[in-house]
Design a protein around this ligand. Sequence first.
Ligand SMILES: *Cc1c(COP(=O)(O)O)cnc(C)c1O
Length: 340
Amino acid sequence: MPAVKADAYGHGAALVAEELNAMGIGDFCVATVREGVELRRGGIRGTILILGYTHPSQWGELLQWDLTQTVLDYDYAQSLSAWGRPVRVHIGIDTGMHRLGERCENLGRILKLFQAPNLIVEGIFTHLCVSDEETREAALYTKAQGKAFWDVVEGLKGKGVPIPHAHILNSGGLMLTPELGGDYARIGIALYGLSSARGNGRLAEMELRPVLSLKARVASVRRLQQGERAGYGLAFSATRETTLAALSIGYGDGLPRSLSQGVGHALIHGRKVPIAGRVCMDQTLVDVTGAGRVRPGDEAVLIGRSGGEEITAYDLAEESGTISNEILCRLGARLERTAI
Ligand SMILES: *Cc1c(COP(=O)(O)O)cnc(C)c1O
């Protein structure tokens, strides 16, 4: 059950879902009703699980578009059932993340959810919160979450409840603790060929291959004399004769502004060139002095390979103090997305 929320982590949900659908994958999870509707409009016919909160004003859309709602906790389930119309649901179980889901300790309440008159319970799941961390402590926590979840399932079985699809694994879980099992795996970041952060142990050995490249065009090239300055706030200062290229991409496209002033780089003709001055909304200057002849229309790579060089989403994440997930899912709506 691929996680294609946040526009498939920036890759384009319609594009990604269509590709996966053609490969025989029918069921998907997203965060919001709006994202679910987009998939239905794109022709997805299988289960679409909404992982997040749906306000009562949108419950009608759950029915209209045949979406499956996560039961976020006992009270949410009661209100949803009291609404009076049958809704497909998966029951979220909180086994230690303490974000969403009914607490695993409350078996009696969980049992009642299966008896709620208007909930069509088709699944039960939990979410792992340290499954991609490679410390012993994290591994123990993940194992305990798995045990707590399967104990709930066993407890329900013991009460004669027919168990619907049970699922637990996210990317970290699939890669490091696949033995936790389940009928679905809700895979997000790994589907796109990455972990949340550059791994050092087993994750680094997984040989994931990022599927996304981020490219822009060179819009204009100019020479600056030593001492001239450039960009907003005149933050770039030419300490020598300098050639600057303006790239047609900026923070409006999701390129973090914190990559300004040489923190981040682009690849042009297989050479790594530093960002010069401040990243703008629609443009970014790079210092191409000594990088050979650069012309308007040339390709610049912000994420991906050029020649023997590579910039990864991990690089951008580390340079801007976040994780690869955030870099990817902030990629802007106006970027053209092409599947190759
Ligand atoms: C986002 C999300 C996933 C996917 O997580 P990844 O770590 O990207 O694989 C799975 N389950 C839930 C509940 C999520 O919110």
